[in-house]
Design a protein around this ligand. Structure first.
Ligand SMILES: NC(=O)c1ccc[n+]([C@@H]2O[C@H](COP(=O)([O-])OP(=O)(O)OC[C@H]3O[C@@H](n4cnc5c(N)ncnc54)[C@H](OP(=O)(O)O)[C@@H]3O)[C@@H](O)[C@H]2O)c1
Length: 247
């Protein structure tokens, strides 16, 4: 029985992944800021899958010094952790130069620095243990800077590059690194947007993500098609066209 730790498990993709991994007979370590949501998820999963061990803990990933403490507590409770899914994130959207710097700062602090804090703590443990698997949830937004999503795109590109560096740094070790680039998955992060091309349900997204993780894929869009093609096209779209896309 494997143990998986998921950040941002109180909603959307992280919550759906919790059910998906429980279905696959994994023990769970779930974190997010909203502990009451995590408690509900724990209760519900326990009803469906009584043999699963589920630990929950409140964690704000921007409380950087708390991140290794919470991760180490989970390791003590579950004895070991095999996979860490770095999923917690926000998507605020902001205009540059219009007094919205705070939104940009919060986005980078959560999606990039919070993710790096999580990866650093997970890496310390996996290095000591001699094996492990780190999974980062980036986004197709990492492929091109979009207007009104500048900090979000930068945070997701930063996370992808950081994980690429991690893979090279850990080359030759038994530590796998997976970076995933989801397209639109139906969650509270984006359900207010008027256009969500190629939208998939969160259950389908979680099922694809679990399959990719179990295959230890290095990197993939989610779903692979059509975002693998769109991801390449979007990199070469002329700026006048990109300027009309609302992020
Ligand atoms: N949905 C999509 O189409 C899509 C596409 C590409 C990438 N993604 C990425 O997938 C990840 C999950 O997003 P989602 O769509 O599932 O959104 P969501 O439903 O809003 O869930 C976001 C999760 O992150 C947690 N979170 C936010 N800020 C946090 C913080 N400071 N500390 C700890 N946890 C925090 C939230 O929990 P609390 O509020 O309880 O803390 C929540 O559980 C994000 O990284 C997002 O960028 C999503």
């Amino acid at each position: 029985m494997k143990n998986v730790l998921i950040t941002g498990a109180s909603s959307g993709i992280g919550k759906a992944l919790s059910y998906e991994f429980a279905k696959g007979n994994y023990n769970l370590a779930l974190t997010a800021r909203r502990i009451e949501e995590l408690a509900k998820i724990r209760h519900d999963i326990k009803q469906k899958y009584p043999s699963i061990n589920i630990e929950v803990s409140s964690l704000d990933v921007t409380d950087y010094s708390a991140v290794p403490i919470v991760i180490n507590n989970f390791i003590n409770c579950l004895n070991e952790v095999d996979i860490v899914i770095v999923n917690a994130g926000i998507g605020l959207g902001e205009k540059i130069g219009r007094g919205e710097f705070d939104k940009a700062k919060r986005t980078i602090e959560t999606n990039l620095i919070g993710a790096i804090a999580t990866i650093d703590a997970a890496s310390a443990y996996f290095l000591e243990k001699g094996k492990g698997h780190i999974v980062g949830i980036s986004s197709v937004a990492a492929f091109r800077g979009m207007p009104r999503s500048s900090a979000y795109c930068a945070s997701k590109a930063g996370l992808a590059i950081y994980l690429e560096a991690l893979r090279a740094e850990f080359y030759g070790k038994d530590i796998d690194v997976t970076v995933l680039f989801p397209g639109y998955i139906d969650t509270p992060l984006n359900n207010m947007l008027p256009n969500r091309p190629f939208l998939i349900s969160v259950e389908k997204g979680a099922s694809i993500i679990r399959r990719l993780i179990e295959k230890k894929i290095k990197s993939s869009t989610v779903p692979a098609f059509p975002w693998n093609i769109i991801g390449q096209l979007i990199k070469v779209l002329p700026t006048p066209i990109v300027s009309k896309i609302s992020g």
